[in-house]
Design a protein around this ligand. Structure first.
Ligand SMILES: N=C(N)NCCC[C@H](NC(=O)CCC(=O)O)C(=O)O
Length: 445
């Protein structure tokens, strides 16, 4: 049986905009009210996904969400026709309208936590959509995320879909952005690393003082129970609260793992020495590479600005590993120098490829935010909805679809325009046919 790690990238939605919605995320706040280009954003993401497929990787796409979210606007009391709801929300509560228009589901690292079948007691691949309760605009994602995941991984024999965790701060869950997996081979049991920012039931435990810690230990433990993970293959690590306060709002802004490589910043965790020892002991005898980037080579500020750690580390069919980095890393002298050095360190990482994903970066989402990793064997890949898998046909269909429906300029003022809603629904309705998803959106029910 063959094993792969597939990447499912989030297709950027037609309302991609800069609304400054994410306190603690430096890029989101500093680009608030900038004018976005949804068409360029969607094409940048699609190009990266296609490039990975062309490198021989299994690559899928996850559909975006319905925005503006009229269902939520009505749920919070705006009434009348769709146009009236938008108009009233724009006048009476513009901040709420902006929250209901974000294309934030593009960052599918936050869609769910995924545990491959080799790690789970029942031998199924498990998905739990993230509740994303820390941010209003993201807290409205999980139900539709669950619908889209179920339509994409639509086979009960192989895939187990859970409901998102209770919608309370005690269970703040940000999905795969705070979870990584180390393994010898994708199809063999691995070590699942859960990184949390605070403990809800232990207020005395360290936590940040300026910015929110989005992930709780209690949420991570709940996911491990749901996914039937073995304690001997699970490690919980506390994020360093000081770096959260410097803009590291998710662990994937400061660390990334792949197979037997953990690439992380010296300041990423608390109790680093003991935790690395626990990982090593649980991983067993085979070689494990801890690539620690010291502060004197890359400052936290540069890591946050360039997203050096929000890179993807992928294993190419040749067995070599490659780093998929945003072009922002090339533009920073220290980070670029480090990436030139990393391929010479005698670790499995031998290549670096750069992609322009600036439309997403300006909202704090790098290459790794844009993808959900799903390690699968070939039987499981065959059980996936095949219309979601990247190839020349889907690439060309999606490019044409973007050209047909997406604007190349969108400001926050445009969000109240009923025409934006019509365009977005028309596009998504067509997309569900193209990707054979059925009725995953509220407006289709
Ligand atoms: N690190 C990972 N895995 N994902 C990045 C998510 C970025 C996202 N930005 C936003 O939601 C900004 C939206 C706005 O301000 O318009 C967030 O903060 O949740």
């Amino acid at each position: 049986m063959k094993h792969f790690e597939a990447n499912f990238d989030g297709l950027v939605g037609p309302t991609h905009n800069y609304a400054g919605l994410s306190f603690g995320n430096v890029a989101s706040l500093s680009n608030a009210a900038a004018v976005s280009n949804p068409r360029a954003a969607a094409k940048q993401g699609l190009k990266k996904a296609k490039a990975l497929a062309d490198m021989g990787m299994v690559q899928g796409m996850l559909a975006p969400q319905e925005r503006p979210d009229l269902h939520t606007l009505r749920r919070i009391g705006f009434t009348g026709s769709d146009a009236e709801v938008l108009n009233k929300a724009a006048k009476q509560a513009p901040a709420l309208l902006r929250a209901c228009c974000s294309a934030s589901s593009m960052w599918t690292a936050n869609a769910a936590t995924v545990s491959p079948s080799a790690d789970c007691r029942d031998g199924k691949l498990h998905f739990t959509p993230a509740n994303l309760v820390d941010k209003l605009h993201r807290s409205i994602e999980p139900i539709t995320t669950g619908n889209i995941l179920a339509a994409t991984f639509n086979n009960d024999k192989h895939f187990s879909h859970h409901q998102h965790l209770p919608e309370h701060a005690s269970f703040g869950d940000e999905g795969a952005a705070n979870h990584t997996r180390l393994c010898r081979e994708y199809g063999k049991p691995g070590i699942e690393l859960f990184v949390y920012g605070q403990q809800a039931t232990n207020p005395a435990a360290p936590k940040p003082t300026k910015y929110p810690a989005r992930q709780t230990l209690e949420a991570s433990q709940a996911i491990a129970r749901l996914h039937q993970l073995d304690d001997n293959n699970t490690v919980y690590i506390s994020q360093n609260p000081d770096v959260i306060d410097q803009g590291v709002f998710h662990n994937d802004v400061i660390a990334v793992g792949n197979q037997n490589v953990l690439f992380y910043h010296q300041q990423a965790y608390l109790d680093t020495k003991n935790k690395l020892a626990e990982i090593k002991q649980k991983f067993g005898d085979s070689p494990l590479h801890f690539i620690e980037v010291p502060t004197n080579k890359v400052a936290i500020q540069d890591a946050v600005k360039t997203y050096l750690f929000n890179t993807q580390i992928i294993t190419l069919p040749s067995g070599e590993m490659a780093i998929i980095a945003p072009t922002n890393c090339q533009e920073n002298e220290a980070v670029h120098a480090y990436l030139q050095e990393v391929v010479t360190l005698g670790t499995p990482i031998k290549q670096v490829h750069y992609f322009d994903v600036k439309q997403s970066m300006q909202n704090g989402g790098g290459p790794a935010c844009l993808r959900l990793r799903v390690a699968m064997n070939d039987t499981e890949v065959a059980a996936v909805n095949q219309h979601t898998l990247m190839n020349d046909v889907l690439f060309s269909e999606l490019n044409n679809w973007i050209d047909k429906h997406y604007r190349d300029r969108l400001s926050v003022e445009d969000l109240a325009d009923p025409q934006v809603l019509i365009e977005s629904r028309t596009a998504l309705d067509e997309l569900t046919q193209l990707m054979n998803l059925g009725s995953v959106y509220q407006f289709q029910k």
